[in-house]
Design a protein around this ligand. Sequence first.
Ligand code: MG
Length: 475
Amino acid sequence: MLFTTNNRLSVLFSVFALAFLSCISSIAQAETPPNIVVIFCDDMGWGDLGCFGNPTIRTPRLDQLAHEGQRWTQFYVAAPVCTPSRAALLTGRYPIRNGMTSAKRGVLFPDSGGGLPSAEITLAELLKQKNYATGIVGKWHLGHLPQYLPTTQGFDQYFGIPYSNDMDKTGGPGYKAEIVKDDSYYPETAHYNVPLMRNTEIIERPADQNTIVRRYTDEAIAFIKANQNRPFFLYLPHNLPHIPLFASPEFRGKSARGLYGDVVEEIDFNVGRIIDTLRELKLEKNTLVVFTSDNGPWLAFDTHGGSAGPLRAGKGTTFEGGQRVPTIFWWPEHISPSVQHGLGSTLDFMATFATLTGSQIPNDRKLDSYDLSSTLLRNEPSPRKEFFYWTNAELHAARLGPWKLHIKTREPVNYSKAVVPSKPELYHLEHDLSEKHNLADKHPEIVAQIMELMEAHKKDIEPHEDMLAIPLPKP
Ligand code: MG
């Protein structure tokens, strides 16, 4: 009898102990916020991945992520060129709010003296609330002077180039601007005197861009390994496939798409190396990986530029080809696998990552960020219903549900030229993906509604100093 009672007690004790342990472990899990990896390509078009319909570029690793995660088909960057697009991703604010878009200059250049204002709160600074390790590997392009480098904006460490890979042109022997778009042209590193930096120091100049995708990935993997026991945020903005196109020897001449395809296939392979590392370290179930691009394809460079697929125009324009980008979210056992047709934007990373990590978004400023977590985790409809298309400090267009109204556009290839249509143009993007059929005359009530929305949005913008027009201080 006594023996039996003891047995029962011991069984009961074991049950309680197990329940207690599982309770402790679920609290511990809940207290471990997810790692976040954002892989951000440069000038990759909506139509450049296999899983977005490209017929000749092979992207098996990204296609697999799309299959296991969520592929977003109506996902936007907040500007059609590099600098303002990056400012928006990191701050959750349209760049007009912080002077990171300009009527005078599209982006920052080596002779620029401005950058992202230090008062802005970046994703890295947000995640510091939760003691994340924060690393950036790749192209910064938010100011190359010491007061604007990533280490002043919440990043513990930086390895990469401070602006675009075609800047600091030397025009040395063999360089001809007009052959950059020729199919037979392979650029030389020496023609672009771009610095490679570690934190605040230049460690290589010109950066050897032939191997840069692999080297960025090596650096990213080292960062993941070094921080595997604490939450980390890795921002990996590749500077390719922006022209000039470079590929490692083992990828050159391999893609049916030519050199541009070689570059994208090398990026795909290296995304795979990051996923393999997460799996080896058993971090994949606690790591959200996002893949997207900073703007559409640079059409002026012919086949050296990418493809926006069925979308109209490309980089530098507020047509869909300029701002709708191929986007994948992956987080095994958390992200609900699906194709998402709702609206989303890199602007939304701020509110979404805050929810997923238990951080507090800034409440002392206007944000343009929607929390997409319920769509990612539970397939609920995206909360984003509108989007504003700004470029060069001007509001060109707005989207409301399926409708998009243009009040101004840009030349599709020579995008430095603005075009003002005699009347606003209205497109139904879900029926007319390529913005071909202007319905403004048929739906004046929708034109009026979106015009009103644009006016209200403009009134909501505080003026800010133009950070892109500031020249380099004289030595
Ligand atoms: Mg770009």
